[in-house]
Design a protein around this ligand. Structure first.
Ligand code: GLA
Length: 385
C-alpha cells in the first residue's frame, strides 16, 4: 500500500516534471521563433522594417505577405506617399493607395512610417510656380508646403507613427541648393518640421538622407540638427538610408556617423538598406549610357554579369557584408531604433533599374522566388549568437 507521504512526494515529483517540461517547450518555441523570424530575433534590440510597394500593401502578392508579416515589425511606403503620388495636382489628393498601405500596417500591428513630406525629387513642377508659370516667392511656397503637410499628415493623424519630414537636404558640401532652399532659404527645413508637428503632435519626426557615412555629409547634418535643436524645432531622429555596396563604405565610417548622430540625443535609424552586388561603370571602366530607346535593352555583360544567377563566391561576399553590418548594429543596439530594408525581394528592387536600367541585381534578403538567401540566415545568426 502506498503511504500518504509517498503519494504527496509522487504528486510533487510529477508537478515538477510537468513544469520543467512546459518551460522547456516554451523556451524551445521562443528559440524556434527567433531562429525563423528577423523581427523576433532582434526584439529588444531594434525594430526591423521593410519598404513595401503598392501591390504588396494591397495583399496582391500572396508569397510576399507572410514573409513581411513574419519578419518585419515596421513598414515604409516605397512610393505611395511621395508628393507626386499623393498630391499629383494642386487641388487633387490621391489617398487610395496610401490608405491601403496604412491599413496593412494597422492590420499587422506594425510601426508605420510616412515617407516623405519634403524632397527635391518625385515632386510635380507645379509645386514651385503659380498658375502663370512664374516662380513662387518665399511666402507662397511656404503656404504650399504647409497645405501639403497639414493635409497629408492630418489625414493620417494618430495612425502613422512617424514621418520622414525632410529627405536629402544635404549635398556633398553643405546644404543642397534645391528649389526649396533657393526660394525659401535654409529654414524651409525648420518650417517643414513645425508644420508636421502642428498637424500631428504625437507623430515622431525624422530627417532622412543617403551617404551619411561620408565625413562631409556627416558634418553638414550634425551642424543642421544642432541648429534645429537650438531653434527648438521638434526633430526626433536621423535616418541613414544605407544604399551600400559590397566593399564600400567602410564599416568604420558608418560607425562614426552612428556615434556622431546619437550624441545629438536623437534616435538613429538605418532606413533604406540594400547591398548592390553589381559593378559601377567606373569599376569596369566602361562609359556606357543607356539611350531612351534601349531602356530595357542589352546592357554590356561587364556591367550586368549575373543575368542567370549569382555565383556562390559573390553570394558569400554578400552574406559576409550583411553579417559585418549587423554585428556593428548589434554592438550599437542601444543607439539604433530601427533597421529598414529597401524592399523585400531581389525581383522588385529599384537597383535592377538604377543607376543603369535593365540589370539583374541581388541586393536583398529574399530571392526572386521569395526564398530566404544565405544573408538572411547570416543576419539571424548574428542576433541569436
Ligand atoms: C531615395 C528615397 C527613397 C527611394 C530610393 C530609391 O533613397 O528616399 O524613397 O526613392 O531613393 O528607390
Amino acid at each position: 500500500m502506498i503511504k500518504k507521504y509517498n503519494l504527496t512526494f509522487i504528486f510533487f515529483f510529477i508537478a515538477i516534471l510537468l513544469t520543467v517540461g512546459c518551460s522547456q517547450k516554451a523556451t524551445e518555441n521562443t528559440a524556434k521563433e527567433k531562429s525563423q523570424s528577423l523581427s523576433k530575433a532582434y526584439d529588444g534590440m531594434f525594430k526591423i522594417g521593410v519598404a513595401i510597394n503598392r501591390a504588396q500593401a494591397g495583399g496582391h502578392i500572396p508569397q510576399a505577405t507572410p514573409l513581411i508579416v513574419n519578419n518585419f515589425n515596421s513598414i515604409t511606403p516605397e512610393n505611395v506617399l511621395k508628393w507626386s503620388r499623393v498630391q499629383p495636382q494642386p487641388d487633387k489628393y490621391n489617398f487610395g493607395p496610401a490608405d491601403q498601405y496604412v491599413a496593412f500596417g494597422e492590420k499587422h500591428d506594425m510601426f508605420i512610417l510616412g515617407h516623405n513630406l519634403v524632397w527635391h525629387t518625385q515632386i510635380p513642377d507645379w509645386t514651385f510656380v503659380d498658375e502663370n508659370g512664374n516662380q513662387l516667392d518665399r511666402e507662397a511656397l511656404l503656404q504650399r508646403m504647409k497645405d501639403h503637410i497639414s493635409t497629408v499628415v492630418g489625414h493620417y493623424k494618430g495612425r502613422i507613427d512617424a514621418w520622414d519630414v525632410v529627405n536629402e537636404a544635404a549635398g556633398r558640401d553643405g546644404l543642397r541648393k534645391s528649389k526649396w532652399y533657393k526660394i525659401i532659404g535654409k529654414d524651409y527645413i525648420d518650417k517643414a518640421f513645425q508644420y508636421a508637428h502642428e498637424a500631428d503632435p504625437d507623430a515622431e519626426l525624422y530627417y532622412n538622407d543617403y551617404n551619411l557615412w561620408a565625413p562631409a555629409k556627416r558634418q553638414t547634418v550634425v551642424k543642421m540638427v544642432k541648429r534645429l535643436q537650438k531653434n527648438k524645432v521638434p526633430i526626433d531622429g536621423i535616418g541613414m538610408q544605407a544604399h551600400i555596396g559590397l566593399d564600400n563604405p567602410p564599416i568604420k565610417e558608418i560607425e562614426k556617423s552612428i556615434n556622431a548622430f546619437s550624441k545629438l540625443g536623437v534616435k538613429v535609424m538605418i532606413t533604406e538598406l540594400d547591398v548592390s552586388v553589381l559593378p559601377s561603370r567606373h569599376d569596369v571602366n566602361i562609359s556606357y549610357s543607356p539611350g531612351d530607346g534601349d531602356k530595357y535593352g542589352d546592357v554590356p555583360p561587364k556591367l550586368n554579369p549575373y543575368t542567370e544567377e549569382l555565383p556562390d563566391s559573390v553570394q558569400q561576399q554578400l552574406t559576409e557584408r550583411y553579417v559585418q553590418l549587423f554585428e556593428l548594429l548589434k554592438k550599437h543596439k542601444d543607439q539604433i531604433d530601427r533597421v529598414t530594408f529597401w524592399g523585400l525581394d531581389d525581383g522588385h528592387s529599384w537597383l535592377n533599374n538604377f543607376p543603369i536600367p535593365g540589370r539583374t541585381n541581388y541586393p536583398l534578403l529574399f530571392n526572386r522566388s521569395y526564398e530566404p538567401k544565405s544573408a538572411f540566415y547570416g543576419i539571424l545568426k548574428v542576433a541569436n549568437s
